[in-house]
Write a protein that binds this ligand. Structure first.
Ligand SMILES: NC(=O)c1ccc[n+]([C@@H]2O[C@H](COP(=O)([O-])OP(=O)(O)OC[C@H]3O[C@@H](n4cnc5c(N)ncnc54)[C@H](O)[C@@H]3O)[C@@H](O)[C@H]2O)c1
Length: 356
């Protein structure tokens, strides 16, 4: 098992990465008092709730099972969590365990931050995307009908437990969605990691334990480093949004149903690569390399997606990363080197909305 310490102003958050670690971890250091509630969804509960309960067998442990899906990441489900906690008379000594992917992680962390002004939280991310990205950094929240992740806060857990073995049951489509964020880290921060992904692509996809653990560990380390530098996203942390200005708009375009978050990010990264070529003269050789790797994680159906550029631009303007009148874009000057840019001409944005 390997450990990353995410050191922030007043807290240190341990991130534990390993294979089959959930069977051996003693949660004693991370639980506040006696009460533990595991919150998960119906899909994950069938696979991992029993095992997770066993981990907390020395505590008074209960569970709440929510419906599965991004469309339930909303105020109604948040209220369902609060109702449950209030009706069962939990108090501030409670520890909540978020067992799930990014949807559960974001929503449950927000519930943990808002119930009684904040209770202890443990993240057990169960998707590749949640392990390499969403469980680290504290951003949490729910969607609003007018925009994604519009209601939220920052809530850090007492520990993040990343078990690569839990990904064995993840559907291929979801694994590939996580790969979009994996590739992102190589692109924005670490050229040699990009090469590693490129060279070991098949092994990672087949979940070879060593390759997968190295992948998760590297991504989590990069995310932790960026978050440490800029916890509240007033600057450099925005580079983690490479492909996301397009991606969030694509998610809305598909009504949060047609494209998962990771798929929308994969599509968005191709568009951001096109824009990088136009604005920062990203070399054609690198553009081709980047696209080739991203294409390999996309299904044929996804590759055939078509967008009305004007509609997508309109949706982008509603995105929360809009500052004043101009949109922010994360662009690449080369693989591993990202920049934050604004004031990009609409015609250039429109021209970059294509998948070839
Ligand atoms: N907070 C952040 O910094 C941040 C960053 C990126 C994404 N996000 C959010 O994350 C969400 C997307 O997360 P996601 O891609 O993990 O999707 P998800 O949470 O919807 O999970 C995808 C699917 O996989 C299932 N699943 C999860 N773990 C499983 C397992 N081990 N075995 C079998 N099935 C499993 C889930 O039930 C679900 O059906 C979005 O809401 C996005 O906004 C947040």
């Amino acid at each position: 098992m390997r450990k990353i310490n995410l050191q922030l102003n007043n807290i240190k958050i341990p991130i534990l990465v390993g294979s089959n670690i959930l069977k051996t971890i003693n949660p004693e250091n991370y639980v506040k008092k006696n009460d533990v509630v595991i919150i998960t969804n119906s899909t994950i509960a069938k696979l991992y709730l029993k095992q997770t309960k066993r981990m907390f067998k020395d505590y008074n442990v209960d569970s709440l099972i929510l419906r599965d899906g991004e469309k339930y990441k909303n105020i109604k489900t948040l209220q369902q969590i609060h109702d449950y906690l209030i009706k069962n008379k939990y108090d501030r000594s409670l520890t909540i365990v978020a067992l799930g992917g990014g949807v559960i992680g974001d929503m449950v962390a927000f519930a943990a931050d808002t119930f009684m002004r904040g209770v202890q939280l443990i993240h057990i991310p169960t998707t590749l995307l949640a392990q390499v990205d969403s469980s680290i950094g504290g951003k949490c929240g729910i969607n609003h009908p007018l925009g994604k992740n519009m209601i939220g806060s920052f809530k850090h857990p007492s520990v993040i437990l990343m078990d690569s073995a839990i990904l064995k049951t993840l559907p291929k489509r979801e694994f590939m969605a996580g790969m979009a964020e994996v590739i992102k880290y190589g692109l924005i921060k670490n050229k040699s990691f990009f090469k590693f992904i490129d060279n070991n692509y098949s092994k990672i996809i087949q979940q070879n334990t060593d390759c997968l653990l190295r992948t998760i560990f590297t991504c989590a380390s990069i995310k932790a480093q960026v978050v440490k530098e800029d916890e509240l996203e007033s600057g450099i942390r925005a580079i983690l949004n490479f492909g996301h200005t397009f991606g969030h708009a694509i998610e809305v375009y598909g009504n949060y149903e047609r494209f998962s978050h990771g798929e929308a990010v994969a599509l968005g990264m191709i568009m951001a690569t096109n824009l990088s070529q136009k604005i920062l003269n990203l070399e054609k050789k690198e553009v081709d390399k980047i696209k080739q790797l991203i294409y390999s994680i996309m299904s044929e159906e996804l590759l055939k997606s078509e967008f009305q550029p004007n509609d997508l631009v309109k949706l982008m303007s509603a995105d929360k990363k809009k500052k004043g009148d101009s949109l922010n874009f994360i662009l690449l000057s080369s693989i591993g080197e990202a920049q934050i840019l604004s004031d990009i001409q609409e015609s250039d944005i429109i021209e970059s909305i294509k998948l070839n």
